[in-house]
Design a protein around this ligand. Structure first.
Ligand code: C5P
Length: 415
C-alpha cells in the first residue's frame, strides 16, 4: 500500500542539541509508520531537550549515548553501529556537530560514528539564524557538501530565540522526503495517478484573436516532471506554452478554461490534482465566428463572462475527488492570510502561495519563495529554484500518499 522506499531500511538517527529535537520525535514516528527501522544516538546536549526514554519508546530500539559504555560496546561497537544502517541522519544538526563533522573530530559517540561510517549522511541543520549565516558554519556546510553529505533545510521562520530567519529545522515530512530521496530507488508514487494543470488559457475573441496571460507553464510542468520522477502516472493538462512536456507525462493540450475543465474531469480518478495553471478568469461571451473587421462604427464591445473555477470544481466533487487537491495563490500582499482564505473558499487541501510583488523578482524569474499552506498551518520554504520547489512539493505529496490512511496527517505540525 505504501510503496515507500524506506520500508525495510535502517536509519541511524543522531539527535544533537537544539530545541528542534522535539520535532525529531515526529520524524521517528513517520519513519516507523513507513516500516523503517530507526536506531537513535543521543548526544549529551540532545539529552537536554529529549529523553532517551521517549526516543526508545518511539523507535522501539535501544538508544545509544555513551562512547565508552561497556554495555553498548558489548551489544554493538561504535564501528558496527556506524555501518549497520542504510543511512545516517543528523536531526537536529547543531552548529556544533556540523563543525565537529567538518573537522573530523571523534570526541563523543555521535561524532565518532559519523567519522567511522561508510554510509551516506543526511543532516537537518537547526540553529539560530546568525549561527547559520556565520561564515564558519557556511564554510563547514560547503566542506560537508563537497564530501557528499546531503542537507535538508533549514527553513525560514520564527525561532525559539525570538528572532526570525533561516535556521529552523526542516519539518519532519520534509526530512522524511529527503530520506526517501537519499535511499535511492524512490518511486513512492508508483501506482498513483496525478493530474496537473499548467500554463495559461487562451480565450478566443474571434478565430484569430484571444485573451491570454503571461504564464510560462514552468512551475506546473516542473511539478508534473517531479511527480513522474517519483513514479506517478501524470496527466498534464496544459494551455499553450513554449516549453516541452517533461518526459514520461501524458500531455493533454487545451486552449480554453472550459476545455481545461473538461480534460481534468475526464482524467479522473486521480490520487492527487495540482492546479498550477493561470486560468483566465473571464472569457468572451460570444466569440465571433468570423474575424472581426475594423469598421467606422467604432470599437467592438466585448462582453465577458466568468470562467468555471477548475480547482474549486474538482475540490467540490462528491465522487472521484482526488485525496489531495492542491492550488496555487500568487499574491502581492498578505500572502498567508489570502492563501488561507483561498484554501477555505476553494475547498482544497493545500495552497502553494507566493509573493509575486515586483520587488521579489519572482515573476518570470528562475527562483520561487513559497509558503505551503494547509488546514493545519503554514510552512515557509526557503527561496529556491522553481524545479526544486517542484521536487519538494512532489516529495511532500509522496509522504502523504505513501502514509497509511490510519496515521495522523504528517502535515500536522508538532504544535
Ligand atoms: O482564484 P485564483 O485565480 O487566485 O486561484 C488560483 C488557483 O485556482 C490556482 O491553483 C489556479 O490554477 C486555480 N484556478 C482554476 N480555475 C480558475 C481559476 C483559478 O483552477 N478558473
Amino acid at each position: 500500500m505504501t510503496g515507500s522506499s524506506v520500508a525495510g531500511k535502517r536509519i541511524l538517527l543522531i539527535v544533537a542539541g537544539g530545541i528542534a529535537a522535539y520535532k525529531t520525535l515526529e520524524l521517528i514516528r513517520l519513519l516507523r509508520a513507513q516500516g523503517c527501522a530507526v536506531t537513535c544516538v543521543l548526544t549529551p546536549s540532545g539529552a537536554q531537550f529529549v529523553t532517551p526514554l521517549s526516543l526508545q519508546a518511539l523507535s522501539e530500539d535501544k538508544v545509544y549515548s555513551d562512547l565508552f559504555s561497556l554495555t553498548d560496546e558489548s551489544e554493538m561497537g561504535h564501528i558496527q553501529l556506524s555501518r549497520s544502517a542504510d543511512l545516517l541522519v543528523v536531526a537536529p544538526a547543531s552548529a556544533d556537530i556540523l563543525a565537529r563533522m567538518a573537522a573530523g573530530l571523534a570526541s563523543d559517540l555521535a561524532s565518532t560514528v559519523l567519522l567511522a561510517t561508510d554510509k551516506p549522511v543526511l543532516v537537518a541543520p537547526a540553529m539560530n539564524v546568525r549561527m547559520w549565516l556565520h561564515p564558519a558554519t557556511q564554510a563547514n556546510m560547503a566542506l560537508l557538501a563537497q564530501r557528499g553529505v546531503s542537507v535538508v533545510g533549514p527553513d525560514e521562520g520564527a525561532m525559539a530565540c525570538n528572532e526570525y530567519g533561516r535556521g529552523r529545522m526542516a519539518e519532519p515530512p520534509a526530512i522524511l522526503a529527503a530520506i526517501q530521496e537519499q535511499l535511492g530507488q524512490a518511486r513512492p508514487l508508483a501506482g498513483r495517478h496525478a493530474v496537473v494543470t499548467s500554463g495559461p488559457t487562451y480565450e478566443p475573441i474571434d478565430p484569430v484573436r484571444y485573451i491570454a496571460n503571461r504564464s510560462s507553464g514552468r512551475q506546473g510542468h516542473a511539478i508534473a516532471g517531479g511527480l513522474a520522477a517519483l513514479g506517478a502516472r501524470v496527466t498534464l493538462v496544459s494551455g499553450p506554452v513554449s516549453i516541452p512536456a517533461p518526459p514520461g507525462v501524458d500531455l493533454v493540450p487545451i486552449e480554453t478554461a472550459e476545455q481545461m475543465l473538461r480534460a481534468c474531469m475526464q482524467s479522473l480518478p486521480a490520487d492527487v490534482a495540482v492546479f498550477a495553471a493561470a486560468v483566465a478568469d473571464w472569457r468572451v461571451a460570444h466569440a465571433a465566428r468570423g474575424k472581426l473587421k475594423k469598421t467606422d462604427a467604432g470599437t467592438p464591445q466585448l462582453e465577458l463572462v466568468q470562467n468555471p473555477d477548475i480547482l474549486a470544481s474538482v475540490a467540490a466533487l462528491k465522487q472521484n475527488r482526488p485525496a489531495l487537491v492542491i492550488g496555487f495563490a500568487a499574491e502581492t500582499g498578505d500572502v498567508l492570510q489570502n492563501a488561507a482564505d483561498k484554501l477555505a473558499r476553494k475547498g482544497c487541501d493545500w495552497i502553494v502561495a507566493n509573493d509575486v510583488s515586483p520587488e521579489t523578482g519572482i515573476m518570470g524569474g528562475e527562483e520561487n519563495a513559497v509558503h505551503l499552506v494547509t488546514r493545519d498551518g503554514a510552512e515557509t520554504w526557503p527561496r529556491m529554484d522553481k524545479r526544486a520547489v517542484a521536487r519538494r512539493l512532489a516529495s511532500r505529496i509522496a509522504v502523504v500518499l505513501g502514509t497509511p490512511a490510519t496515521e495522523t496527517s504528517p502535515l500536522r505540525g508538532p504544535g
